[in-house]
Design a protein around this ligand. Structure first.
Ligand code: ADP
Ligand code: MG
Length: 682
């Protein structure tokens, strides 16, 4: 039956080969594609009260001509026609550019209807469309489509109309009747029709409501089915750790675990002990103590007779984790090793050999760890830190190493709940939502560039107390395109400024790994007091004596990134400071600076970041792995997303979902999208 919707678009009246070719460029091949090709916005021809119209908004008004039109020519082709209109109780001007012929159509005391852009300050409409007489438009809301080739918006509307006439009745419902009733949704047929030809704004609203729910439900269904299948089909390793040893280890820590740390440790241990494979995301703000949690999990794996791996995005981080984990775990008899791309030659061979022999128990490294040459004897647990920097593909390769090891993804970028349930919808999530006691909040100030001297004086005061400072720049070197501070120049300037008093170091991504290492070593040993750096220090770096951070051109960074950067200070017991040097031009930029000075809560910042920058920018476009929705908006329609997730979870865990005919369109969807293997289905 759906066969007919699968027919090529050429069966539709008016569509020939040439049009079909243009439609193909728009990814429209079948009748179904055409019907599901939705407008990206609507032209609004509803009459509005001018008091409610925003500046520069497009509007349609009906008014009585209140003055003789006056026409001015600037050149042979350029002209301006102006007329006064009485619109309700407002006397406004209507301006027409380069349409001199309209002068004769506009008659004093007659009614005309105009559509155009409203200039609130000048009380003027710049008219695009004019009609003599009262407002009456076929439709209040006219759909606008993106188009290619020979297709026009008008012709496309016609094709879609024809498609609905001949094929509309073939559009099948895909949602179960129970959900349609529960939420009083339009049928798929009526909703699609109203998306293209809304009778009025309420009709459109209902159609959108239905389409948004459908999009989210299908998406969440995929996630929830994936999660269920991963749990049930991926028999993982069962790690029977030795609890007494774990307790012994935890007792050696210089501090008691916070209750949030205890909770997530228990969640992780439960996963490790179970025969299912762990697929868990561990979220915790900078400094919330994830590394300790990771060390407990790695040690647990060791006591169960398995090897563990910790993967981080940069060499500096790998180095630091190696240091801190060795200190914690070595005394417990765990052999910890480091593997990065700068470990070469004989040393590398040795590590690879010992890893394959099981002589190394815990390995720390960069993505070098997921290369083919790296083999484990018995890999039980893989932990990745700052996981959003790893792409989806790397996540997959990781999971496939060894005999399906347990996988824990750690991130210090608090991910807004919104994104967590979309991007990581197929994972379990643990959250450390509590800071170790006694942490001081970092005092954050926003300063304009012309206050730099005072800022440097402030910085010097801290340095004199024996503290250290970071200075962050958006660029490494001078750029022709961007007028931004670069690390190399700033390094030169500050070296001169502090000459004879403090030593200034330079750190950026183009340095050789051994140079980076050297600089970081000097900084952590306080041989360098001021470290000028690009954002390479963003993640994980830990120098507790650093209490001052200055960020140049801070408006260039997103809130989450600023928060990450800021997390490099405030790691010791002393009061820390972060100065944002910025002259943002946009309101949005100013807002971001203000928010930074007001809160230290990573989750609050991440939600704000998402709100201000949108989901695409949040992770950076390339790696985001964010799904694209046609109608729905993850941020705006978040509530629906949550509802859809709960519905999807209930569906996949119910018996009837897998057997009853009511759900067969949804099962077919899962099958078509590759989530379900054929044989698992009816
Ligand atoms: P994260 O990796 O989450 O940013 P870390 O694990 O690096 O945080 O911990 C930050 C600092 O807090 C470290 O110096 C660590 O030793 C310390 N720390 C961790 N857990 C606790 C705790 N429960 N009580 C006190 N200090 C802690
Ligand atoms: Mg960390």
């Amino acid at each position: 039956m759906t066969q007919s919707l699968q027919e090529p678009v050429t069966v539709i009246k008016g569509i020939g080969e040439e049009t079909a070719a243009s439609l193909r460029e728009m990814n429209i091949e079948t009748v179904q594609d055409l019907i599901e090709y939705l407008p990206f916005r609507y032209e609004d021809y509803r009459l509005k009260d001018l008091a409610e119209v925003q500046h520069e908004e497009r509007v349609t008004v009906e008014g009585v001509v209140h003055s003789e039109p006056s026409l001015i020519y600037y050149s042979r082709k350029k002209s301006r026609l102006t007329v006064k209109l009485l619109v309700g109780r407002y006397l406004i001007s209507a301006v027409f550019f380069n349409q001199p012929y309209l002068k004769n159509k506009i008659v004093l005391n007659e009614t005309i209807t105009v559509t155009g852009k409203w200039d609130r300050n000048r009380q003027t409409i710049t008219v695009n469309e004019m009609k003599v007489g009262h407002h009456h438009h076929e439709r209040e809301l006219e759909p606008v489509y993106s188009i290619k080739g020979s297709v026009t918006v008008k012709s496309l509307r016609k094709y879609i109309q024809n498609a609905f006439l001949s094929y509309g009745n073939w559009i099948e419902e895909n949602l179960p009747a129970s959900l349609i009733q529960k939420y009083k949704l339009l049928s798929r047929h009526l909703a699609l029709k109203a998306m293209h030809f809304p009778k009025d704004s309420n009709d459109l609203k209902q159609a959108r409501r239905r389409m948004i729910y459908e999009e989210f439900l299908l998406f969440q269904l995929k996630m929830q089915a994936l999660r269920k299948i991963q749990r049930e089909n991926s028999m993982g390793v069962q790690q029977k750790y030795q609890l007494p040893l774990l307790k012994q280890y935890i007792a050696t820590l210089p501090f008691p675990l916070t209750s949030a740390q205890k909770r997530v440790v228990n969640e992780i241990l439960a996963d490790m002990k179970s025969p299912y494979r762990m697929n868990r995301l561990l979220q915790g703000d900078v400094g919330s103590g994830k590394t300790v949690v990771a060390s407990i999990a790695l040690f647990a794996s060791h006591t169960a007779g398995f090897q563990g791996a910790l993967m981080v995005p940069t060499e500096i981080l790998a180095e630091q984790h190696f240091q801190s984990l060795s200190k914690l775990l070595q005394p417990m008899g765990v052999n910890v090793a480091l593997l990065t791309s700068s470990v070469k030659g004989k040393k590398r061979k040795e590590i690879l050999y010992e890893l394959a022999q099981g002589k190394i128990h815990t390995i720390i490294g960069t993505h070098a760890l997921i290369q083919d040459e790296v083999n484990f004897q018995k890999l039980g647990l893989v932990i990745t830190d700052e996981q959003h920097r790893f792409g989806v593909e790397q996540r997959r390769i990781l999971r496939e190493k060894g005999e399906s090891p347990d996988v824990l993804f750690m991130t210090a970028t608090p991910i807004p709940r919104t994104l967590a349930i979309t991007v990581f919808g197929e994972m379990d999530v643990s959250i450390i939502d509590e800071m170790p006691a006694g942490r001081k909040t970092i005092e954050t100030y926003w300063a304009k560039h012309d206050m730099l001297e005072r800022v440097l004086a402030f910085m010097e005061k801290e340095l004199r107390k024996g503290r250290q400072a970071y200075v962050i720049c958006p660029l490494i070197e001078e750029s022709e395109k961007l007028d931004l501070q670069n690390a190399i120049d700033v390094h030169n300037v500050l070296t001169q400024y502090f000459s004879g008093r403090f030593k200034v170091g330079l750190m950026h991504g183009k340095l050789h790994p051994s140079e980076k290492e050297e600089v970081m070593k000097e900084y952590s040993e306080n041989k360098i007091q001021v470290l000028v750096s690009t954002t390479v220090v963003e993640v994980g770096v830990n120098v507790p004596n650093a209490t001052f951070m200055l960020i140049y051109d801070a408006e260039r960074f997103g809130l989450s990134q600023l928060h990450q950067l800021r997390g490099r200070v405030g790691r010791g017991s002393d009061q820390s400071y972060c100065i944002l040097l910025a002259d943002p031009k946009s309101e949005n930029g100013k807002e971001r600076m203000r928010i930074m000075t007001e809160t230290n809560d990573g989750f609050v910042l991440s939600e704000k970041d998402l709100e201000l920058r949108g989901p695409g920018d949040f992770f950076g476009k390339k790696q985001s792995g964010l799904p694209e929705f046609k109608v729905a908006d993850m941020v705006h329609d978040y509530r629906v997303l949550e509802v859809a997730r709960d519905d999807a979870a209930k569906l996949v865990s119910s018996q009837s979902f897998w057997t009853e005919p009511e759900y067969s369109p949804l099962r077919k969807y899962l099958k078509d999208s590759g989530v379900l293997e054929g044989e698992k289905l009816d």
